[in-house]
Design a protein around this ligand. Structure first.
Ligand SMILES: Nc1nc2c(c(=O)[nH]1)N[C@H]1C(S)=C(S)[C@@H](COP(=O)(O)O)O[C@H]1N2
Ligand SMILES: [Mo]
Length: 369
């Protein structure tokens, strides 16, 4: 019986093994950057008990997380081009030649499905549309291992083709033009987003969901005081900042007492995990000064708790390298003005080299473990 291999019906001259290999190499780089920076972000937010991240360099997390989101965005044109280049293979005949071939195709399927899932849900996440019924963070984390594992298997399986093609010149001006166009689209996507974290290019950030200058006091906000349900608690004249737990002397300070303590000024960024970041000038009380005054051990683990009653980010852990750092403040002002309710009035944590989600707002309690 004659069976036609349908994959031969696709005749675009732009498709070639070498074009596919080049795109694959670029994707290998962007996926590696995204995977490495993603793992870093995960272990900064969920460190095992023995892991003490340094508080310097001040901008490290800002850079790695900016790279994470921007490499994801730059991947979109690369992945679409790669899928267009190789999709005739979907119709190859016979579809499964052997057990080995079946497994190979299964891993390619996992790779493609997983990569599309990461990009689509990742883009929806940075656009603040949480339309799916599962937890983004868990799904994004575990799918990353599936995708990266399938990628390694794919590279091993295709190694002969990669060696043959990846460093060789692409033949044909039309194919080279195609690759240049894809690279330009990828670079443009990155360029139109990078301004959400790199201030000099802020005006180009038309693809960025957050403009780093728009918000109360010129700084964006993810969770407002109204959304967090803290308006009554932060206006309560009975407000006290309490330092408690494993301390020699518990402290309970009114807002006026905090204002009268020695104030320090620092320049530190808010680096949201969703990619935007903005540097501000903060002033307030050093967390270290309060903890040492309360008699906490310099090795103690500390938790900063918000007046917010529920919500994922109502508290965060501050380990010794961070709270001993003189730059770590319980801030009372932002850019020279009393904190807006949305930025954490009366008191918010600000520390160097730390994700935005761990810069707790509306702080009521500092608990020493
Ligand atoms: N209590 C509390 N603090 C919080 C949050 C929150 O939801 N609750 N959101 C965090 C997130 S995700 C970020 S990016 C920063 C943003 O700070 P800003 O609103 O002052 O820009 O606050 C963090 N602090
Ligand atoms: Mo954030």
């Amino acid at each position: 019986m004659f069976v036609q291999d349908l994959s031969s019906r696709f005749t675009s001259r732009l498709r070639s093994e070498r074009v596919a290999a080049k795109l694959g190499m670029w994707l290998g780089i962007s996926f590696t950057v995204a995977f490495a920076t993603g793992l870093f972000s995960h272990f900064v937010q969920h460190p095992p008990p023995w892991l003490l991240w340094p508080s310097r360099p001040v901008n490290l997390y800002r850079i790695t997380q900016g790279l994470h989101v921007i490499s994801g965005i730059a991947t979109v044109p690369l992945l679409l081009a790669k899928l267009w280049t190789v999709y005739p293979k979907l119709w190859q005949w016979p579809p499964l030649r052997s057990v080995g071939h079946a497994l190979e195709r299964l891993f390619v399927l996992l790779l493609v499905a997983g990569a599309l899932f990461q990009l689509v849900t990742g883009l929806m996440n940075i656009a603040y549309s949480y339309l799916w019924p599962f937890g983004f963070i868990q799904a994004h984390y575990w799918t990353a291992f599936i995708v990266y594992g399938a990628l390694i298997i794919h590279v091993v399986n295709e190694w002969a083709k990669i060696r043959r093609n990846a460093w060789a010149r692409v033949d044909g001006a039309d194919r080279r033009r195609f690759l240049t166009t894809v690279a330009a689209a990828s670079g443009l996507a990155a360029l139109l987003t990078v301004g959400e974290t790199f201030a000099p290019l802020e005006r180009l950030a038309v693809l960025a969901p957050r403009n780093p200058r728009i918000g109360p006091q010129g700084v964006p906000v993810n969770r407002s005081a109204v959304a967090a349900g803290v308006l009554d608690a932060i206006r309560d004249p009975g407000y006290r900042l309490v330092v408690t737990g494993a301390v020699r002397t518990e402290l309970s300070l009114t807002y006026e007492e905090l204002v009268r303590l020695p104030q320090h000024t620092v320049r530190l960024p808010i680096s949201c995990v969703e990619g935007w970041s903005v540097e501000c000038e903060w002033s307030g009380v050093r967390l270290r000064d309060l903890l040492l005054r309360a008699g906490a051990s310099p090795e103690a683990f500390v938790t900063v708790e918000s007046l917010e009653q529920t919500g994922y980010y109502r508290s965060s852990e501050v380990r010794p390298p961070h709270w001993n750092d003189p730059l770590t403040l319980l801030a009372l002002t932002i850019n020279g003005r009393t904190l807006d309710a949305d930025h954490g009035y009366p008191v918010r944590l600000i520390a160097p080299n730390r994700p935005g989600v761990m810069q707790t707002k509306w702080v009521g309690t500092v608990r020493v473990a």
